[in-house]
Design a protein around this ligand. Structure first.
Ligand code: BGC
Length: 443
C-alpha cells in the first residue's frame, strides 16, 4: 500500500451522502413523493424490491450521525436536500422540510463541520412528472425557484453549494436505459434531459447567488475513457463515449459549447448556453473507475460498448480498481480545459466492499482502506502534475440505499445494521480518522 502523502494545510477532508439514500421518513413533515419512491415501489425495479422508505433513518438520527462525523474529524459534510421535502408537489413550500435542513446545518456548525449542500441528487418531486419531468423545459424554472427558496433559508450558513449531482448518470440511467428512476428508455433522446439539467444548473447558480451564496458549482461524474484496443473502430467508439459521458456535461458549463453538435442536437433556445456557462467557483468531481470501451457489436443501437476486461481487481459491485485512471481522469480534464478549469473538489470516491462484522464484532474492510489510500496517492499525483484539487469527500459516510442495487452494496465508512439502525464505525472509519488527524497535524 502506498503511503498517503500530505495534501497541505488548506485541503478539505469530507464525506458525502444523499437524501434518498439515507433519510427514510418518506411520509413525514409533509414530504411529497419523489420519482424514487414511485420507482422503488414498482415491482422489479430494485434488487429485492428494496426502497428508501426507512433507509438509514437519518431524518430521526441526524444528531447521532453528525456526532459520529465529528468523531471522524471531517472538515466538511456533503449532503443533499430532498426537493420533495421543500416543495412536496413541486410548487408549494413546506416549512417543515426547510426546518429539517436548518437543524441539520446548525448541528453541523455546532460540531465545527462545514455544511456542503447538493440541491439535487436525483429525487425530484413525482408531481412534476405529470408534465414530463425533466423532459419538459418548464422544470428548469421550477428548479431555479427551488434553489432560491433553499438559498434564502440556508445561504447564510452553507459554505459550499452543489447544484445537481451527476447529470450524466441521471440522464443515461434514469432516462436513457431506464435502470434508475424515473425509468425512461429514451436512448439518445435523453440528451434533451441533459440539456434541461444543464440549464437548471445555470439558473440555480444565478438563483443561489441572488441569495448571497458565494461558493457554487456542479457535482459531475467524470471517468477516464480507455479504448480496449488500438483499432480505429474502437478509438472512434471511445471518442464518442467520451463526448457523451464527459464532455456533454462539462463543455457547456466551462466553454459554453455543445460537443455533440450534429450528432445529437437538443431543442435549445438562444441564450441557453450563456446561462449554462455561468462562472462557477469549483467543479465537483465524482469518480470511481475508468470505463473500458469497445466498438459496438453489429446491429447495436448504441454506437459503443462498455466492457469490463477480465483479470483486473474489482470491488464487490464488479467495478475495476484502477487508481492511475483517477490520476489520468484529472490530468485529462486539465489538458482538455486548460485555464477554463476551475479548482476541483473530489465530491465522491469510494467503493462497494461488503465486509460484515466479524466474530470480534468489528468490520475489517481492509480493501476499502487500500482502495482509498491508492486513490489518494493517485490524486496527489494529479495535483503534482498541475491539477488544482482542493478537497476530497469520501463516498460514503455510511452504508445506504444503493439505488437499483438496494441495500446489497455497501460503500460506507460506517456499517449500518438495517434491522436495528445501529451504526458501527468500520476499520476504514478509524483509518480515515487517523489520516485526517495526521494531515491536520501539518496545519
Ligand atoms: C452516486 C451515488 C452512488 C455512488 C455509488 C454515484 O454515482 O452519486 O449516489 O451511491 O455513485 O454508486
Amino acid at each position: 500500500m502506498r503511503d498517503v502523502p500530505h495534501f497541505g494545510s488548506d485541503f478539505v477532508w469530507g464525506v458525502s451522502t444523499a437524501s434518498y439514500q439515507i433519510e427514510g421518513a418518506v411520509d413525514e413533515d409533509g414530504r411529497g413523493r419523489s420519482i424514487w419512491d414511485e420507482f422503488s415501489h414498482t415491482a422489479g425495479r430494485t434488487l429485492n424490491g428494496d426502497t428508501g422508505d426507512v433507509a438509514c433513518d437519518h431524518l430521526h438520527r441526524y444528531r447521532e450521525d453528525v456526532a459520529l462525523m465529528a468523531d471522524l474529524g471531517v472538515d466538511a459534510y456533503r449532503f443533499s436536500i430532498a426537493w420533495p421535502r421543500i416543495q412536496p408537489d413541486g410548487v408549494a413550500v413546506e416549512p417543515r422540510g426547510l426546518d429539517f435542513y436548518d437543524r441539520l446545518v446548525d448541528t453541523l456548525l455546532e460540531h465545527g463541520i462545514e455544511p456542503s449542500a447538493t440541491l439535487f441528487h436525483w429525487d425530484s418531486p413525482l408531481a412534476l412528472e405529470a408534465d414530463g419531468g425533466w423532459e419538459n423545459r418548464a422544470i428548469t424554472d421550477r428548479f431555479a425557484e427551488y434553489a432560491r427558496i433553499v438559498g434564502e433559508r440556508l445561504s447564510d450558513r452553507v459554505t459550499r453549494w452543489f447544484t445537481l449531482n451527476e447529470t450524466v448518470v441521471f440522464t443515461l440511467l434514469g432516462h436513457g436505459n431506464g435502470i434508475h428512476a424515473p425509468g425512461k428508455e429514451l436512448g439518445f433522446g435523453a440528451m434533451q434531459v441533459a440539456w434541461h439539467q444543464l440549464l437548471a444548473h445555470g439558473k440555480a447558480v444565478q438563483a443561489l447567488r441572488s441569495t448571497g451564496a458565494t461558493r457554487v458549482g456542479p457535482a459531475n461524474n467524470h471517468t477516464q475513457v480507455r479504448p480496449i484496443d488500438d483499432s480505429q473502430e474502437t478509438r472512434d467508439a471511445a471518442h464518442l463515449f467520451d463526448l457523451v459521458y464527459n464532455r456533454a456535461f462539462l463543455d457547456p458549463i466551462l466553454l459554453g459549447t455543445w460537443p455533440l453538435a450534429g450528432i445529437v442536437d437538443p431543442v435549445a433556445q438562444d441564450g441557453d448556453l450563456e446561462i449554462i456557462s455561468q462562472p462557477i467557483d469549483f467543479l465537483g468531481v465524482n469518480s470511481y473507475n475508468p470505463q473500458y470501451i469497445a466498438a459496438a457489436p453489429a446491429g447495436s443501437a448504441i454506437p459503443f460498448d462498455q466492457v469490463t476486461p477480465e483479470g483486473l481487481e474489482y470491488n464487490d459491485f464488479g467495478w475495476p480498481i484502477i487508481p492511475d485512471g483517477f490520476t489520468q481522469m484529472l490530468t485529462g480534464l486539465r489538458e482538455t480545459y486548460g485555464d477554463a478549469l476551475p479548482p476541483i473538489l473530489i465530491t465522491e470516491n469510494g467503493g462497494a466492499f461488503n465486509e460484515a462484522p466479524g466474530a470480534d464484532g468489528h468490520v475489517h474492510d481492509q480493501r476499502r482502506i487500500d482502495y482509498t489510500a491508492a486513490h489518494l496517492a493517485a490524486l496527489k499525483d494529479a495535483i503534482d502534475a498541475g491539477v488544482d484539487v482542493r478537497g476530497y469527500f469520501h463516498w460514503s459516510f455510511m452504508d445506504n440505499f444503493e439505488w437499483a442495487e438496494g441495500y446489497s452494496q455497501r460503500f460506507g465508512l460506517t456499517w449500518v445494521d438495517y434491522a436495528t439502525q445501529e451504526r458501527l464505525p468500520k476499520d476504514s472509519f478509524h483509518w480515515y480518522r487517523d489520516l485526517i488527524t495526521a494531515q491536520k497535524g501539518t496545519r
